[in-house]
Design a protein around this ligand. Sequence first.
Ligand SMILES: Nc1ncnc2c1ncn2[C@@H]1O[C@H](COP(=O)(O)OP(=O)(O)OP(=O)(O)O)[C@@H](O)[C@H]1O
Length: 309
Amino acid sequence: MTTSFDWSLPRGTVVSGKWKQGSYRIERLLGEGANGKVFLVERQGGWYALKIGTDAVDLQSEVNVLQTLAKQKGGTGAASFLVDVDDLRASDGKDYPFYVMKYIRGMTLSEYLNKEGTDWFPVVGYSLLGRLSALHEAGWSFGDLKIENVLVADYGRVELVDYGGVTAFGKGVRQFTEIYDRGYWNAGTRSADAGYDLFSFAVLCIQLHESRRLAQLTNTLLPQNRTPDELLKLAYASPALKPLHSWLRRALVGEFKSARAAASAWQQWMHRPGALRKSAPAPRWMKGLFVASALLLATTVYWLLRTGP
Ligand SMILES: Nc1ncnc2c1ncn2[C@@H]1O[C@H](COP(=O)(O)OP(=O)(O)OP(=O)(O)O)[C@@H](O)[C@H]1O
């Protein structure tokens, strides 16, 4: 059901659920995509993200996935993600479905690396592999893994958003983005498995460091010539990606048995000489603690000298 409803909800608009009467005050638009718009909203002093769908069926299947994930044990991170599901009675008199989720205070992956520096890439990548592992261990593939669907909070902690592509292992992935898709690169099926997400993860690494060359490649290659080899050649020619070449090859040809195995190989690469970064940078709080300790020491020395014998 694609609608003509105008989704520009100005700041201060109150969205009320038709069935459960939850009221949310619109603060601003967080983002939009093919399936709807996501707004930052406030309710009783708390911040949430509210997604209004343009396609009721798609939004409902996203909600179903989130509800199933919430019921499952195993740390998918989705348990407290879904907050409310309801319909909104819009000014055109029609009902539109929406759901409310935890607000992730973060930046997209590329914004984060632009701001904090590409030194954080290995740390963030490792955190993302951890998120995927938890989802896979619960029997799901994320499906539509791409830069826009990965938000990074403080200290490189990663959160996935947009569960519209999440697919039970063994079923066909329906929502995907072409350049991240294993099928598009003639590298395998669209059947949901750990390898599907790991392939997208490898493309995401290339997209982060070589977006222009990747776009050129996809524009020039004929469909039958799209292969993992082409992606690997691009990675090999990139100074930023060359050290990761062997890991990328394993992900692109489907050699990793699981995201956990991929994460542990990633960790080995992180700690290897010549990796982009050998260890996580000192977080800001640690630097703050160091300055505070230095000040305390200076004050103590000063006090001892003044009150000394
Ligand atoms: N829980 C959240 N917290 C903060 N920001 C969010 C949240 N959910 C979504 N966003 C922002 O809104 C954007 C669009 O959300 P989402 O990807 O769910 O929409 P979509 O219509 O399904 O997009 P797509 O066309 O990629 O499938 C995201 O890229 C992200 O920047």
